[in-house]
Design a protein around this ligand. Structure first.
Ligand SMILES: Nc1ncnc2c1ncn2[C@@H]1O[C@H](COP(=O)(O)OP(=O)(O)OP(=O)(O)O)[C@@H](O)[C@H]1O
Ligand SMILES: [Mg+2]
Length: 199
């Protein structure tokens, strides 16, 4: 049985950067789920408000599971539940300090509402919840990459994949709500954009 690794998390946390390097280190091919869905004709619509494609995950999961049935991949995906659990070695949810994330997303040129929406998702741990809802806590780990270099973060991903120090990366180990007050953070993010209005 081929067992793939899923790297997931809020937009901007570093999925693509880390999954590509991890794939090189492990010698396991990298698979970008969004591109796969596009190439396989699995896109069902376009959400103009979010500027993102929509997929029917139930169908996409069937197709990807066939694809990954005999060949493992390092899968980079915003949606965690893209593969049947029996084909998954581990799902790693990357977590990034919400304020760091806000700065990163703003630097990408994203507008205030899109930044706020994604930071809120990170604050609440939406990706983690989705991953846990489908795979359960035995297959899901979370890694806080805040302040880590890409190299250091990949080393920790390798530690998790080897099955070491699993307690440290257990779901629930990251809790941004113990650090941030959601309303205060939202105001702080808005003020980041005030400067744009003045120029
Ligand atoms: N550990 C890190 N330290 C510093 N910068 C990083 C780190 N990881 C990623 N970055 C930077 O953060 C930005 C977002 O990274 P990346 O594109 O990999 O995120 P993503 O999760 O794949 O985003 P998306 O969901 O939108 O595809 C990039 O500019 C990348 O260079
Ligand atoms: Mg990406």
């Amino acid at each position: 049985m081929s067992l793939s690794i899923i790297i997931t998390g809020t937009p901007g946390v570093g999925k693509t950067t880390l999954a590509k390097l991890l794939s090189k280190k492990l010698g396991i091919p990298y698979l970008d789920f969004a591109r796969f869905a596009l190439n396989m004709g699995l896109i069902t619509g376009y959400d103009a408000k979010r500027a993102s494609y929509e997929v029917d995950v139930t169908v996409a999961r069937e197709v990807l599971s066939r694809h990954a049935g005999s060949q493992p991949y390092v899968i980079d995906s915003l949606i965690p539940d893209v593969l049947f659990p029996h084909l998954v070695k581990v799902v790693i949810v990357l977590r990034l300090d919400p304020w760091e994330l806000a700065l990163r997303l703003k630097a990408r040129g994203w507008h205030l509402n899109k930044v706020r929406e994604n930071v809120e998702a990170e604050l609440l741990g939406v990706s983690l919840e989705e991953a846990l809802g489908f795979y359960g806590d035995k297959l899901v780990r979370e890694l806080n990459v805040t302040g880590l270099s890409v190299e250091a973060a990949v080393e920790l991903l390798l530690t998790i994949i080897r099955g070491e120090a699993l307690e440290r990366y257990a779901p629930g180990s990251v809790n941004w709500l113990s650090i941030y007050d959601p309303i205060g953070l939202s105001k702080r993010i808005s003020s980041l954009f005030d400067d744009d209005l003045r120029v």
